[in-house]
Design a binder for this molecule. Structure first.
Ligand code: PGA
Length: 261
């Protein structure tokens, strides 16, 4: 098992356990995490781990996974946390798909709620970024999810359908991962009930009509709730923020053992 588990190697949807480091970890910190994580992982051949790290740590993580830590018994890939829609140009502070693939990134998050909230990301810009990611050879992990207010108004389903309708125009469902991340559950410790996450994910799957698309749950995923989440039939994996920063906690998440439901 190496660094390059090809997409499409499985007949069924792959289990994807993605870590989103957000704006955390310098290069030495990233390397220390990986060396520790390496000592903790088992032979979990049925899962794809994706580490979405800051741009500055991408090369460090890729080089370690190809070199010193190439013998990891679990499939690991590296991802970015965003990508621009243009191939190049006057877009200060942005990054192009080719710059990411050249380093060895294979995935990128697109449309995370923090991008939508703090950096003006809309369904339209999310769509442009998704198309550019796929054109450039990356597999995007697109995030959708409702705020507490939307949920309380009973608008969750309408909101998510609209995010999908606008965000996925012309997107290739054969090279896509979706993450359902209810915003009220992100970084709050307030996890969405596993059965409710399962219900919304089923609704997303039905709406896009893409049986092959892995759909993940994200929002306060921890070692203590991973088994219950992964026991749900519609949940294909998780997108983990805070708990992916600690090698021990993240290794426990990657090594989940679904409770029989
Ligand atoms: P959290 O973040 O696990 O810290 O709630 C999840 C995310 O933002 O992707």
């Amino acid at each position: 098992m190496g660094y390059t588990l090809a997409w499409g190697d499985r007949l069924l949807r792959p289990v994807v356990i993605a870590g989103n480091w957000k704006m955390h970890k310098t290069r030495p910190e990233a390397a220390a995490f990986l060396r520790q994580f390496h000592g903790l992982v088992g032979s979990w051949a049925d899962r794809q781990v994706v580490l979405c790290v800051p741009y500055t740590a991408l090369a460090t993580v890729v080089d370690l996974l190809k070199g010193e830590l190439a013998a990891l018994p679990v499939a690991m890939a590296v991802g970015a946390q965003n990508v621009h829609w243009a191939e190049q140009g006057a877009f200060t502070g942005e990054i192009a798909a080719a710059m990411l693939t050249e380093i060895g990134a294979r995935y990128t998050i697109v449309g995370h709620s923090e991008r939508r909230e703090w950096f003006g990301e809309t369904d339209e810009t999310v769509n442009r970024r998704l198309l550019a990611a796929q054109r450039g050879g990356l597999i995007p992990i697109v995030c959708v999810g409702e705020t507490k207010g939307i949920r309380e108004q009973g608008q969750t389903e309408t909101w998510i359908r609209s995010q999908l309708d606008r965000g996925l125009v012309d997107v290739d469902l054969g090279r896509l991962v979706i993450a359902y991340e209810p915003i009220w559950a992100i970084g709050t410790g307030d996890t969405c009930a596993a059965t409710e996450a399962n219900r919304v994910i089923a609704l997303i799957r039905e709406h896009i009509g893409g049986e092959q698309v892995p759909i993940l749950y994200g929002g306060s995923v921890k070692a203590s709730n991973i088994d219950e989440l992964m026991a749900q039939p519609e949940i294909d994996g998780v997108l983990v923020g805070g708990a992916s920063l600690d090698p021990q906690e993240f290794a426990r998440i990657v090594g989940f053992q679904p409770l029989s439901s």
